[in-house]
Design a protein around this ligand. Structure first.
Ligand SMILES: NC(=O)C1=CN([C@@H]2O[C@H](COP(=O)(O)OP(=O)(O)OC[C@H]3O[C@@H](n4cnc5c(N)ncnc54)[C@H](OP(=O)(O)O)[C@@H]3O)[C@@H](O)[C@H]2O)C=CC1
Ligand SMILES: O=C(CO)COP(=O)(O)O
Length: 345
Protein backbone atom coordinates (compact mmCIF):
# COMPACT_ATOMS: atom_id res chain seq x y z
CA UNK A 1 0.00 0.00 0.00
CA UNK A 2 1.17 3.51 -0.76
CA UNK A 3 1.63 6.74 1.19
CA UNK A 4 -0.18 9.56 -0.58
CA UNK A 5 -0.37 13.28 0.18
CA UNK A 6 -3.43 15.16 -1.06
CA UNK A 7 -2.85 18.92 -1.21
CA UNK A 8 -6.10 20.85 -0.93
CA UNK A 9 -8.86 19.96 1.53
CA UNK A 10 -11.84 21.23 -0.44
CA UNK A 11 -14.62 19.03 -1.75
CA UNK A 12 -12.62 17.27 -4.46
CA UNK A 13 -9.45 16.77 -2.38
CA UNK A 14 -11.58 15.26 0.37
CA UNK A 15 -13.51 12.96 -2.00
CA UNK A 16 -10.31 11.72 -3.65
CA UNK A 17 -8.85 11.10 -0.18
CA UNK A 18 -11.85 8.85 0.53
CA UNK A 19 -11.16 6.83 -2.66
CA UNK A 20 -7.50 6.45 -1.71
CA UNK A 21 -8.33 5.47 1.88
CA UNK A 22 -10.88 2.91 0.64
CA UNK A 23 -8.02 1.39 -1.36
CA UNK A 24 -6.02 0.92 1.83
CA UNK A 25 -3.50 3.72 1.28
CA UNK A 26 -2.17 5.97 4.02
CA UNK A 27 -3.70 9.35 3.15
CA UNK A 28 -2.33 12.68 4.35
CA UNK A 29 -4.72 15.51 3.55
CA UNK A 30 -2.98 18.88 3.68
CA UNK A 31 -4.91 22.07 4.36
CA UNK A 32 -3.61 25.62 4.73
CA UNK A 33 -6.16 26.18 7.51
CA UNK A 34 -5.06 24.94 10.96
CA UNK A 35 -8.63 24.96 12.33
CA UNK A 36 -9.78 22.72 9.48
CA UNK A 37 -6.93 20.28 10.17
CA UNK A 38 -7.99 20.08 13.79
CA UNK A 39 -11.67 19.52 12.92
CA UNK A 40 -10.89 16.76 10.42
CA UNK A 41 -8.60 14.94 12.86
CA UNK A 42 -10.98 15.28 15.79
CA UNK A 43 -14.26 14.50 14.04
CA UNK A 44 -13.32 12.64 10.84
CA UNK A 45 -15.49 15.11 8.99
CA UNK A 46 -14.97 18.08 6.67
CA UNK A 47 -18.55 19.35 6.65
CA UNK A 48 -17.87 22.77 5.16
CA UNK A 49 -16.89 21.01 1.94
CA UNK A 50 -18.39 17.52 1.94
CA UNK A 51 -21.21 15.87 3.86
CA UNK A 52 -19.52 12.50 4.50
CA UNK A 53 -17.83 10.50 7.25
CA UNK A 54 -14.10 10.25 6.52
CA UNK A 55 -12.31 6.91 6.95
CA UNK A 56 -9.79 7.01 9.85
CA UNK A 57 -6.94 6.31 7.38
CA UNK A 58 -7.23 9.98 6.37
CA UNK A 59 -5.17 12.23 8.61
CA UNK A 60 -5.10 15.97 8.07
CA UNK A 61 -1.84 17.94 8.14
CA UNK A 62 -1.08 21.61 8.56
CA UNK A 63 2.62 21.28 7.72
CA UNK A 64 3.10 20.45 4.04
CA UNK A 65 6.60 19.09 4.67
CA UNK A 66 5.27 16.56 7.15
CA UNK A 67 2.40 15.59 4.84
CA UNK A 68 4.69 15.02 1.87
CA UNK A 69 7.62 13.33 3.65
CA UNK A 70 8.28 9.81 2.33
CA UNK A 71 5.19 9.72 0.08
CA UNK A 72 4.89 7.70 -3.13
CA UNK A 73 2.49 10.17 -4.74
CA UNK A 74 1.32 13.74 -4.26
CA UNK A 75 -2.13 14.70 -5.53
CA UNK A 76 -2.60 18.45 -6.08
CA UNK A 77 -6.27 19.49 -5.83
CA UNK A 78 -6.45 23.23 -5.24
CA UNK A 79 -8.24 25.77 -7.43
CA UNK A 80 -6.21 26.72 -10.50
CA UNK A 81 -5.48 30.17 -9.09
CA UNK A 82 -3.61 28.56 -6.15
CA UNK A 83 -1.59 26.03 -8.17
CA UNK A 84 1.58 28.09 -8.52
CA UNK A 85 1.72 29.07 -4.84
CA UNK A 86 1.11 25.49 -3.65
CA UNK A 87 3.67 24.06 -6.10
CA UNK A 88 6.36 26.50 -4.98
CA UNK A 89 5.80 25.35 -1.39
CA UNK A 90 5.77 21.72 -2.52
CA UNK A 91 9.04 22.08 -4.40
CA UNK A 92 10.71 23.25 -1.18
CA UNK A 93 9.58 20.21 0.82
CA UNK A 94 9.67 17.22 -1.56
CA UNK A 95 12.31 14.88 -0.16
CA UNK A 96 12.33 12.06 -2.73
CA UNK A 97 11.13 11.12 -6.21
CA UNK A 98 7.37 10.98 -5.98
CA UNK A 99 4.58 10.79 -8.56
CA UNK A 100 2.86 14.13 -9.18
CA UNK A 101 -0.84 14.02 -10.00
CA UNK A 102 -3.25 16.93 -10.33
CA UNK A 103 -7.03 16.93 -10.43
CA UNK A 104 -7.71 20.64 -10.97
CA UNK A 105 -9.67 21.94 -13.97
CA UNK A 106 -8.77 25.33 -15.34
CA UNK A 107 -6.57 27.47 -17.58
CA UNK A 108 -4.61 30.43 -16.28
CA UNK A 109 -5.68 33.80 -17.68
CA UNK A 110 -2.91 35.91 -19.29
CA UNK A 111 -0.33 33.09 -19.57
CA UNK A 112 -2.96 30.67 -20.99
CA UNK A 113 -1.14 27.81 -19.29
CA UNK A 114 -2.67 24.45 -18.43
CA UNK A 115 -2.25 23.13 -14.88
CA UNK A 116 0.52 20.66 -15.78
CA UNK A 117 2.47 23.50 -17.42
CA UNK A 118 2.13 25.64 -14.30
CA UNK A 119 3.27 22.75 -12.10
CA UNK A 120 6.36 22.07 -14.19
CA UNK A 121 7.24 25.77 -14.27
CA UNK A 122 7.08 26.04 -10.47
CA UNK A 123 8.72 22.74 -9.53
CA UNK A 124 12.37 22.06 -10.26
CA UNK A 125 11.90 18.57 -8.86
CA UNK A 126 9.29 17.50 -11.38
CA UNK A 127 9.41 16.69 -15.09
CA UNK A 128 6.53 17.80 -17.32
CA UNK A 129 6.50 14.41 -19.08
CA UNK A 130 5.83 12.58 -15.78
CA UNK A 131 2.92 14.72 -14.53
CA UNK A 132 -0.44 12.94 -14.44
CA UNK A 133 -3.86 14.61 -14.68
CA UNK A 134 -6.98 12.96 -13.27
CA UNK A 135 -10.17 14.20 -14.93
CA UNK A 136 -13.66 13.10 -15.93
CA UNK A 137 -17.32 13.28 -14.89
CA UNK A 138 -16.96 13.09 -11.13
CA UNK A 139 -18.87 15.19 -8.65
CA UNK A 140 -17.26 14.95 -5.22
CA UNK A 141 -20.66 14.41 -3.53
CA UNK A 142 -21.30 11.22 -5.51
CA UNK A 143 -17.74 9.91 -5.24
CA UNK A 144 -17.97 10.30 -1.45
CA UNK A 145 -21.10 8.11 -1.53
CA UNK A 146 -19.19 5.46 -3.53
CA UNK A 147 -21.58 5.85 -6.45
CA UNK A 148 -20.24 4.46 -9.76
CA UNK A 149 -17.82 6.98 -11.27
CA UNK A 150 -15.38 6.86 -14.18
CA UNK A 151 -12.35 9.08 -14.77
CA UNK A 152 -9.29 9.21 -17.00
CA UNK A 153 -5.70 9.63 -15.88
CA UNK A 154 -3.41 11.02 -18.57
CA UNK A 155 0.32 11.51 -18.80
CA UNK A 156 2.92 11.61 -21.54
CA UNK A 157 4.59 8.91 -19.47
CA UNK A 158 2.35 5.85 -19.87
CA UNK A 159 3.98 4.06 -16.98
CA UNK A 160 3.16 6.92 -14.59
CA UNK A 161 -0.45 6.95 -15.83
CA UNK A 162 -0.75 3.21 -15.12
CA UNK A 163 0.76 3.65 -11.65
CA UNK A 164 -1.84 6.28 -10.81
CA UNK A 165 -4.60 4.15 -12.34
CA UNK A 166 -3.62 1.38 -9.90
CA UNK A 167 -3.55 3.83 -7.00
CA UNK A 168 -7.15 5.03 -7.49
CA UNK A 169 -9.07 2.24 -9.20
CA UNK A 170 -11.67 0.29 -7.22
CA UNK A 171 -15.10 -1.25 -7.71
CA UNK A 172 -16.93 2.08 -7.64
CA UNK A 173 -14.21 4.32 -9.07
CA UNK A 174 -13.14 3.09 -12.51
CA UNK A 175 -10.01 4.67 -13.96
CA UNK A 176 -8.96 4.67 -17.62
CA UNK A 177 -5.56 5.79 -18.97
CA UNK A 178 -4.61 8.09 -21.82
CA UNK A 179 -1.42 9.68 -23.15
CA UNK A 180 -3.24 12.80 -24.37
CA UNK A 181 -2.37 15.04 -21.43
CA UNK A 182 -3.30 18.12 -23.46
CA UNK A 183 -6.70 16.83 -24.58
CA UNK A 184 -7.69 15.61 -21.13
CA UNK A 185 -6.68 18.89 -19.47
CA UNK A 186 -8.41 21.05 -22.11
CA UNK A 187 -11.60 18.95 -21.91
CA UNK A 188 -11.80 19.24 -18.12
CA UNK A 189 -11.05 22.96 -18.07
CA UNK A 190 -13.21 24.11 -20.97
CA UNK A 191 -16.35 22.18 -20.04
CA UNK A 192 -16.73 24.54 -17.07
CA UNK A 193 -17.40 27.38 -19.51
CA UNK A 194 -20.22 25.48 -21.13
CA UNK A 195 -21.61 24.46 -17.70
CA UNK A 196 -21.87 28.17 -16.82
CA UNK A 197 -23.76 28.64 -20.08
CA UNK A 198 -26.09 25.71 -19.35
CA UNK A 199 -26.85 27.17 -15.91
CA UNK A 200 -27.61 30.57 -17.46
CA UNK A 201 -29.90 28.90 -19.99
CA UNK A 202 -31.81 27.12 -17.20
CA UNK A 203 -31.90 30.33 -15.15
CA UNK A 204 -33.49 32.13 -18.10
CA UNK A 205 -36.15 29.45 -18.19
CA UNK A 206 -35.05 27.77 -21.43
CA UNK A 207 -35.56 24.05 -21.78
CA UNK A 208 -33.84 20.88 -22.93
CA UNK A 209 -33.47 21.94 -26.56
CA UNK A 210 -31.34 24.91 -25.57
CA UNK A 211 -29.23 22.81 -23.22
CA UNK A 212 -28.63 20.11 -25.84
CA UNK A 213 -27.59 22.83 -28.27
CA UNK A 214 -25.15 24.32 -25.77
CA UNK A 215 -23.58 20.96 -24.95
CA UNK A 216 -23.20 19.98 -28.61
CA UNK A 217 -22.04 23.30 -30.00
CA UNK A 218 -19.93 23.75 -26.86
CA UNK A 219 -18.22 20.48 -27.62
CA UNK A 220 -17.54 21.74 -31.15
CA UNK A 221 -15.72 24.83 -29.90
CA UNK A 222 -13.85 22.97 -27.15
CA UNK A 223 -12.59 20.49 -29.77
CA UNK A 224 -11.67 23.31 -32.15
CA UNK A 225 -9.50 25.07 -29.57
CA UNK A 226 -8.02 21.87 -28.15
CA UNK A 227 -7.03 20.43 -31.53
CA UNK A 228 -5.55 23.77 -32.60
CA UNK A 229 -3.14 23.26 -29.69
CA UNK A 230 -2.36 19.65 -30.64
CA UNK A 231 -4.88 17.62 -28.62
CA UNK A 232 -6.27 14.38 -30.03
CA UNK A 233 -9.81 15.21 -31.26
CA UNK A 234 -11.08 11.84 -30.07
CA UNK A 235 -10.25 12.72 -26.45
CA UNK A 236 -13.14 15.22 -26.55
CA UNK A 237 -15.55 12.36 -27.20
CA UNK A 238 -14.32 10.63 -24.04
CA UNK A 239 -14.90 11.01 -20.31
CA UNK A 240 -13.08 14.28 -19.96
CA UNK A 241 -14.94 15.78 -22.94
CA UNK A 242 -18.51 14.65 -23.57
CA UNK A 243 -18.64 12.84 -20.20
CA UNK A 244 -17.74 15.87 -18.11
CA UNK A 245 -19.89 18.17 -20.25
CA UNK A 246 -22.93 16.01 -19.56
CA UNK A 247 -22.31 15.82 -15.83
CA UNK A 248 -21.64 19.51 -15.25
CA UNK A 249 -24.28 20.86 -17.62
CA UNK A 250 -27.07 18.70 -16.20
CA UNK A 251 -26.34 18.39 -12.49
CA UNK A 252 -27.25 20.71 -9.65
CA UNK A 253 -24.07 19.48 -7.92
CA UNK A 254 -22.05 21.53 -10.41
CA UNK A 255 -20.85 24.81 -8.96
CA UNK A 256 -20.40 26.16 -12.48
CA UNK A 257 -23.97 25.25 -13.41
CA UNK A 258 -25.27 26.74 -10.12
CA UNK A 259 -23.35 29.98 -10.64
CA UNK A 260 -24.67 30.21 -14.21
CA UNK A 261 -28.20 29.54 -12.98
CA UNK A 262 -28.00 32.48 -10.56
CA UNK A 263 -26.61 34.72 -13.31
CA UNK A 264 -29.44 33.66 -15.62
CA UNK A 265 -31.90 34.67 -12.91
CA UNK A 266 -30.44 38.17 -12.95
CA UNK A 267 -27.92 38.09 -10.07
CA UNK A 268 -24.61 39.97 -10.28
CA UNK A 269 -21.38 38.03 -10.75
CA UNK A 270 -19.76 39.29 -7.50
CA UNK A 271 -22.84 38.35 -5.46
CA UNK A 272 -23.01 34.93 -7.11
CA UNK A 273 -19.37 34.14 -6.35
CA UNK A 274 -19.80 35.30 -2.73
CA UNK A 275 -22.83 33.06 -2.35
CA UNK A 276 -21.11 29.97 -3.82
CA UNK A 277 -18.36 29.78 -1.16
CA UNK A 278 -16.52 27.22 -3.32
CA UNK A 279 -14.45 27.62 -6.45
CA UNK A 280 -16.25 28.34 -9.75
CA UNK A 281 -13.38 27.63 -12.15
CA UNK A 282 -15.35 28.50 -15.28
CA UNK A 283 -15.18 32.25 -14.60
CA UNK A 284 -11.37 32.49 -14.89
CA UNK A 285 -11.34 29.92 -17.67
CA UNK A 286 -13.78 32.00 -19.76
CA UNK A 287 -11.25 34.83 -19.57
CA UNK A 288 -8.39 32.55 -20.59
CA UNK A 289 -10.26 30.73 -23.36
CA UNK A 290 -11.57 33.99 -24.82
CA UNK A 291 -7.99 35.24 -25.15
CA UNK A 292 -6.83 31.83 -26.40
CA UNK A 293 -9.49 31.87 -29.14
CA UNK A 294 -8.33 35.29 -30.32
CA UNK A 295 -4.65 34.28 -30.27
CA UNK A 296 -5.29 30.97 -32.06
CA UNK A 297 -7.83 32.50 -34.45
CA UNK A 298 -10.38 29.88 -33.42
CA UNK A 299 -14.11 30.57 -33.50
CA UNK A 300 -15.65 30.20 -30.00
CA UNK A 301 -18.99 32.04 -30.07
CA UNK A 302 -20.39 30.57 -26.83
CA UNK A 303 -17.20 31.38 -24.93
CA UNK A 304 -17.16 34.84 -26.39
CA UNK A 305 -20.83 35.37 -25.41
CA UNK A 306 -20.09 34.25 -21.86
CA UNK A 307 -17.12 36.63 -21.75
CA UNK A 308 -19.48 39.47 -22.66
CA UNK A 309 -21.93 38.48 -19.90
CA UNK A 310 -19.25 38.06 -17.21
CA UNK A 311 -16.91 40.92 -18.03
CA UNK A 312 -18.71 43.35 -20.34
CA UNK A 313 -22.12 43.57 -18.67
CA UNK A 314 -24.04 42.24 -21.67
CA UNK A 315 -27.32 40.62 -20.62
CA UNK A 316 -27.78 36.84 -21.03
CA UNK A 317 -30.87 37.48 -23.21
CA UNK A 318 -28.86 39.68 -25.60
CA UNK A 319 -26.17 37.02 -25.86
CA UNK A 320 -28.72 34.31 -26.66
CA UNK A 321 -30.14 36.53 -29.40
CA UNK A 322 -26.64 37.16 -30.72
CA UNK A 323 -25.85 33.41 -30.78
CA UNK A 324 -29.12 32.50 -32.48
CA UNK A 325 -28.67 35.14 -35.17
CA UNK A 326 -25.12 34.44 -36.26
CA UNK A 327 -24.48 34.05 -39.99
CA UNK A 328 -25.98 30.79 -41.20
CA UNK A 329 -23.52 27.97 -41.83
CA UNK A 330 -22.99 24.22 -42.28
CA UNK A 331 -23.06 22.20 -39.07
CA UNK A 332 -19.75 20.38 -39.68
CA UNK A 333 -16.65 22.56 -39.64
CA UNK A 334 -13.23 21.80 -41.12
CA UNK A 335 -12.18 19.77 -38.08
CA UNK A 336 -15.25 17.53 -38.32
CA UNK A 337 -14.74 17.11 -42.05
CA UNK A 338 -11.09 16.17 -41.61
CA UNK A 339 -12.10 13.56 -39.04
CA UNK A 340 -14.81 12.16 -41.30
CA UNK A 341 -12.31 11.91 -44.15
CA UNK A 342 -9.67 10.30 -41.93
CA UNK A 343 -12.09 7.68 -40.65
CA UNK A 344 -13.95 7.33 -44.00
CA UNK A 345 -17.37 8.21 -42.51
N1 LIG B 1 -15.71 19.40 -6.49
C1 LIG B 1 -15.71 18.55 -7.49
O1 LIG B 1 -16.64 17.73 -7.61
C2 LIG B 1 -14.60 18.53 -8.47
C3 LIG B 1 -13.65 19.53 -8.52
N2 LIG B 1 -12.64 19.47 -9.44
C4 LIG B 1 -11.59 20.49 -9.50
O2 LIG B 1 -10.77 20.41 -8.34
C5 LIG B 1 -10.20 21.68 -8.04
C6 LIG B 1 -10.47 22.01 -6.58
O3 LIG B 1 -11.86 22.10 -6.46
P1 LIG B 1 -12.69 21.81 -5.14
O4 LIG B 1 -11.99 20.95 -4.19
O5 LIG B 1 -14.01 21.37 -5.60
O6 LIG B 1 -12.79 23.31 -4.61
P2 LIG B 1 -13.36 23.82 -3.20
O7 LIG B 1 -13.75 25.22 -3.40
O8 LIG B 1 -14.35 22.84 -2.70
O9 LIG B 1 -12.07 23.75 -2.26
C7 LIG B 1 -10.87 24.39 -2.58
C8 LIG B 1 -9.87 24.09 -1.50
O10 LIG B 1 -8.60 24.62 -1.88
C9 LIG B 1 -8.16 25.43 -0.79
N3 LIG B 1 -7.29 26.51 -1.26
C10 LIG B 1 -7.62 27.61 -1.94
N4 LIG B 1 -6.54 28.38 -2.13
C11 LIG B 1 -5.50 27.76 -1.52
C12 LIG B 1 -4.13 28.06 -1.34
N5 LIG B 1 -3.59 29.16 -1.87
N6 LIG B 1 -3.36 27.19 -0.64
C13 LIG B 1 -3.91 26.07 -0.13
N7 LIG B 1 -5.19 25.71 -0.27
C14 LIG B 1 -5.99 26.56 -0.95
C15 LIG B 1 -9.43 25.98 -0.19
O11 LIG B 1 -9.17 26.48 1.09
P3 LIG B 1 -10.14 27.58 1.80
O12 LIG B 1 -11.06 26.79 2.66
O13 LIG B 1 -9.19 28.42 2.56
O14 LIG B 1 -10.84 28.34 0.71
C16 LIG B 1 -10.26 24.72 -0.18
O15 LIG B 1 -9.89 23.86 0.87
C17 LIG B 1 -10.86 22.67 -9.01
O16 LIG B 1 -9.98 22.94 -10.06
C18 LIG B 1 -12.10 21.93 -9.51
O17 LIG B 1 -12.47 22.31 -10.83
C19 LIG B 1 -12.53 18.43 -10.31
C20 LIG B 1 -13.44 17.40 -10.30
C21 LIG B 1 -14.55 17.39 -9.39
O1 LIG C 1 -15.66 18.95 -12.59
C1 LIG C 1 -16.62 18.61 -11.94
C2 LIG C 1 -17.30 17.32 -12.12
O2 LIG C 1 -16.63 16.50 -13.01
C3 LIG C 1 -17.16 19.53 -10.91
O3 LIG C 1 -17.73 20.60 -11.55
P1 LIG C 1 -18.06 21.94 -10.75
O4 LIG C 1 -16.74 22.58 -10.41
O5 LIG C 1 -18.87 22.73 -11.70
O6 LIG C 1 -18.82 21.54 -9.52
Amino acid sequence: MAKVAVLGAGSWGTALSIVLADNGHEVRLWSHRPEQVQTINESNRNDRYLDAALPPEIRAYEDMGEAVRGTDAVVIVVPTKAIREVCRKLDDVVDRKTSIVHASKGIEPVTLKRVSQMISEEMRQCTYEDIVVLSGPSHAEEVAMRQPTTVTVASLNEEEARLIQDLFINESFRVYTSTDLLGIEFGGALKNIIALGAGISDGLGYGDNAKAALITRGLAEISRLGTSMGANPLSFLGLSGVGDLIVTCTSTHSRNWRAGNLLGKGNRLDDVLDEMGMVVEGVRTVKAAHQFAIDQNVEMPITSGLYQILFEEKTPKDVVEQLMNRTKREEMDDLAKQLMERYSC
